[in-house]
Structures are given as C-alpha cells and as structure tokens.
Design a protein around this ligand. Structure first.
Ligand code: AMP
Ligand code: ZN
Length: 112
C-alpha cells in the first residue's frame, strides 16, 4: 500500500521515533508547527476519524492515552494540544489517521 505512515510503521522509510508499542508508534513531525510536534499513529491503516467504527474504540482510546503519556514524558506540564484533522475541510493531508501532539508554546483559538 502506498501510504507514507504505513511505510514509517514498517520501517521502510525513516522517522525520528519517540515511542512504539504493539498498536501504535509516535514520531516527530517533519514540518513542526510547535517546539514539540509529534504524530501518534496506529500501526493499522485507518484512513481517518470519519472511518472509525465501534471496533476501533479501544484503539482510539489507546492513541489518546499514549498522547497524554508522551506529553508528560516530554515535560509539557503547562499544557499541550492534541489534534485529529479529518478529511479535506479538516486539513488532513496524509490519509492514515494520526494524532498531532503539539506543545512548548501557547496555542491559539480558534484554530486556522
Ligand atoms: P495532516 O495534515 O493532519 O494530515 O498531518 C500530516 C502531517 O504529517 C503533517 O504535519 C506533515 O508535516 C507530516 N508528515 C508528512 N510526511 C512526514 C514524514 N515522512 N515524517 C514525518 N512527518 C510527516
Ligand atoms: Zn497507512
């Protein structure tokens, strides 16, 4: 499958990995939007949040728990933002679900 995050998950293309387990991995974004910008990605190819079914509930919970765990490990004690872009209007550019973990600066609202 021609999916960049599946290739990172399988090790076919490199990434600066910060965490991995049986279900997911986390690596640094190539084009960081904050001092800390990681992507938490399921090993399983799931296109987006819009494609999630009840069978994905435990996996989605795990991705969020890992995101929080990483924020703690990375010292983001003042806070952080977790973002899931979904579909064209959501700003999704890679069609393999991922959680953005952004921190190290104050975030703004509303997002762009
Ligand atoms: P999104 O726009 O929400 O789909 O986010 C995709 C993210 O993947 C963007 O922030 C990109 O900078 C990032 N990205 C794309 N290719 C790579 C790569 N090979 N390694 C790390 N991050 C990547
Ligand atoms: Zn994929």
């Amino acid at each position: 499958m021609d999916c960049i995050f599946c290739k990172i998950a399988s090790g076919t293309i490199p990434a600066k990995k910060a965490y991995e387990d049986d279900l997911c991995l986390a690596f640094h974004d190539l084009n960081p939007q904050a001092p800390t910008h990681l992507l938490v990605v399921p090993r399983q190819h799931l296109i987006s949040l819009a494609h999630a079914t009840p069978q994905h509930a435990a996996l989605l919970g795990h991705l969020l728990q890992v995101t929080a765990q990483l924020a703690g490990a990375l010292g983001l004690s003042k806070g952080f933002r977790a973002v899931l872009n979904s579909g064209a209007d959501g700003g999704q550019t890679v069609d393999h679900l991922h959680v953005h973990l952004l921190g190290g600066r104050a975030m703004h609202w509303p997002p762009g």
